[in-house]
Design a protein around this ligand. Structure first.
Ligand SMILES: Cc1cc2nc3c(=O)[nH]c(=O)nc-3n(C[C@H](O)[C@H](O)[C@H](O)COP(=O)(O)OP(=O)(O)OC[C@H]3O[C@@H](n4cnc5c(N)ncnc54)[C@H](O)[C@@H]3O)c2cc1C
Length: 369
């Protein structure tokens, strides 16, 4: 690492924020990451559940895997693979048709490279958040970004009203920091008032998002009636994908764990009834039953699991990409970058590219920091 020159705050420890922070630190910029969740990863996080008898179960309940084609991203992938943070998930995948109740397509092993974090999807973000030059604060949500004109600095305040410090630059890696959706969910104004950066306000339209439910299942014994470890559903109004989480490299196999994803329409229907706020336990139980029922409707011999729990992803995928060219939004005068998958493409690769682009904006002005 070069001489540390300054402090940049990165809000969010999803893959875009983590890649941005790590790249900045490698270029000698000291970084503080603020993450409102208890751990790193955002939509690449790993869920830890404890059963009533104290068994620990881990699920990749967000992105199940990722693919990449961009050369810069492939370069990072190689580095992460060498460090043991990711591995290729080499299993057969298929597509199941609910009308004919058959697999209409089973891919050959290795036909496209699917990468997973090891031992969980959050492994990359966790490692990047711990790199030299990166300080990470989990369970700290940023409630307000304030521009101090006289000091030429940003001041950040936590959701609890505590001052989080002053920073020469800020990276916001979640569109909710500027979105009215933040208000719909929390009842508070978005942390970053776009009037502070009018140049970005024009580009940062309200971005529609799709929501999904994930169902986590755990079995004592393998569900041997399913011939593949990952599949999509055709002609189901309820389920879109299913993955055998415990078949990924580096996972414990003391139980067999599956994660099912609902369709977007199914999630829309539930949210129309239950609202955008955090779903109640009753709603999640109802969702779990409906998703599981559809899984059994496949006709495979699917027994009752010993663990079954649903999770809602209110903003699973952005439905627009607002900065395909520049890959992030940037205000050089105030040294503010907005990055995330919503800038490039709604997947891990898009988020990585956006995080890299945000870091390079700061690196370009390193001498002015
Ligand atoms: C169910 C599901 C399935 C998916 N499947 C795939 C797939 O198969 N392949 C693929 O490539 N991608 C998939 N994705 C998409 C992929 O996970 C995302 O594109 C990617 O992880 C987005 O990363 P990000 O850094 O842009 O955002 P996020 O991961 O959302 O990170 C933003 C972070 O900012 C934090 N944050 C927000 N506001 C604040 C605040 N005010 N203060 C502090 N912290 C804050 C959030 O807690 C979050 O951790 C899937 C996503 C979901 C949910």
């Amino acid at each position: 690492m070069n001489n540390v020159v300054t402090k940049v705050a990165v809000v969010g420890s999803g893959i875009s924020g983590a890649v941005c922070a790590s790249t900045l630190a490698k270029n000698g910029v000291s970084v503080t990451i603020f993450e409102s969740a208890r751990g790193p990863g955002g939509r690449m996080s790993q869920r830890r559940e404890l059963t009533e008898d104290g068994k620990e179960l881990l699920f990749d309940h967000g992105a199940p895997y990722f693919t990449a084609s961009n050369t810069d991203v492939l370069g990072l992938i190689l580095e992460w693979e060498t460090r043991g943070l990711i591995a290729e998930w080499k299993e057969n995948f298929g597509s199941f048709d609910f009308i004919s109740k058959t697999f209409i397509d089973i891919e050959k092993e290795g036909s496209s490279k699917r990468y997973v974090g090891v031992p969980g999807m959050n492994s990359i973000c966790r490692a990047l958040c711990q790199e030299p030059g990166v300080e990470s604060k989990f369970g700290v949500g940023v409630g307000r970004f304030e521009w101090l004109e006289d000091d030429n600095l940003w001041s950040l305040t936590g959701l609890d009203g505590q001052s989080l410090g002053h920073f020469k630059g800020v990276v916001a890696s979640d569109k909710n920091t500027v979105s009215l959706r933040f208000t719909d969910v929390t009842g508070r104004p978005p942390p970053l008032d776009l009037n502070l950066v009018p140049g970005l306000a024009v580009k940062m339209k309200q971005i529609p998002v799709s929501s999904y439910f994930a169902l986590m299942l755990a079995y004592e014994q393998p569900v041997s009636s399913i011939p593949v470890k990952g599949f999509s559903f055709k002609n189901s109004e309820v389920l879109s994908r299913a993955f055998c989480d415990s078949s990924k490299p580096g996972r414990t196999t003391t139980s067999e764990r599956w994660v099912l994803h609902s369709t977007e329409d199914f999630a829309k229907g539930i949210i129309a009834q239950a609202g955008l706020q955090k779903p109640s336990n009753a709603t999640l139980t109802k969702v779990a039953e409906e998703l599981f029922q559809e899984f059994q409707n496949t006709g495979f011999n699917i027994p009752q699991p010993f663990f079954k729990k649903a999770h809602r992803w209110g903003s699973a995928f952005p439905l627009a990409s607002i900065a395909r060219e520049d890959k992030c939004l940037w205000d050089g005068g105030k040294r503010l970058a907005l990055c995330g998958d919503f800038c490039v493409s709604p997947n891990v690769e898009g988020a990585i590219l956006s995080g890299m682009a945000a870091a390079s904006k700061f690196v370009d002005i390193l001498s002015c920091l």
